[in-house]
Design a protein around this ligand. Structure first.
Ligand SMILES: C[S@@+](CC[C@H](N)C(=O)[O-])C[C@H]1O[C@@H](n2cnc3c(N)ncnc32)[C@H](O)[C@@H]1O
Length: 189
């Protein structure tokens, strides 16, 4: 039998699977190669929608190709812009928003998410979440920029009012080299 707790990305996918249903609206705030976008598309059915953001044109082009091959392109809005501008594009309430932060492993490591714009985006995401909607943030404390981003997110999310949001973190306590962690926010009002 396969292990249940494999890594933070895998846990984030298990959460997506248990939350999303046909017809739901979801957002991938860091499109990259489109793996997460395609996964979300597989969970929201023909009547659902996925908005996906990236600042790299190649990310949008690669994702478009991937979704076309999978027959998912019509379920998506692919947006070449930073997720900090999410309020300009998403004008409806959404069930789930995912961030897989940092940089593309095989891409340009200088094009990475940054704590200031990530926090700006998360603040805007809170406003468009449905009741019981969820934000998932996979953070990468194994490198300096990712560690700073994780710490900023922990400070910001731990100050959210517990009457309005539940914040949970998954951290692998007995693994070496600071593996990725997962911060989850559920809107409860
Ligand atoms: C770890 S990768 C995402 C992996 C992706 N989810 C996948 O399935 O392949 C992080 C991505 O965030 C993008 N990014 C960096 N800053 C961004 C921003 N402000 N808004 C949206 N995307 C951004 C990078 O260009 C990179 O493609």
């Amino acid at each position: 039998m396969k292990a249940f707790f494999i890594n933070s990305v895998d846990i984030s996918k298990k959460i997506c699977e248990s939350i999303l249903e046909d017809g739901d609206i979801a957002v991938d705030c860091t499109m990259g190669n489109g793996n997460d976008t395609a996964f979300l598309c597989s969970l929201i059915g023909n009547s659902g929608k996925v908005y996906a953001f990236d600042v790299q044109q190649n990310a949008v082009l690669n994702t478009r190709d991937k979704l076309l091959k999978l027959g998912f392109l019509e379920r998506t809005y692919l947006i070449l812009d930073g997720h900090e501008n999410i309020d300009k594009y998403v004008k409806e309430k959404v069930k789930l928003i995912i961030f897989n932060l940092g940089y593309l492993p095989k891409g340009n490591h200088n094009i990475t998410t940054k704590k200031e714009t990530t926090i700006e985006s998360v603040k805007k995401c809170l406003n468009i979440l449905k009741r019981n909607g969820i934000i998932l943030l996979v953070v990468y404390p194994g490198h300096n920029n990712g560690k700073e981003e994780k710490e900023s997110l922990e400070i910001f999310t731990s100050q959210l009012d517990q009457k309005e949001y539940t914040v949970v973190k998954f951290r692998f306590l007995n693994q070496i080299n600071n593996p990725p962690e997962l911060i989850c926010i559920e809107k409860i009002f």
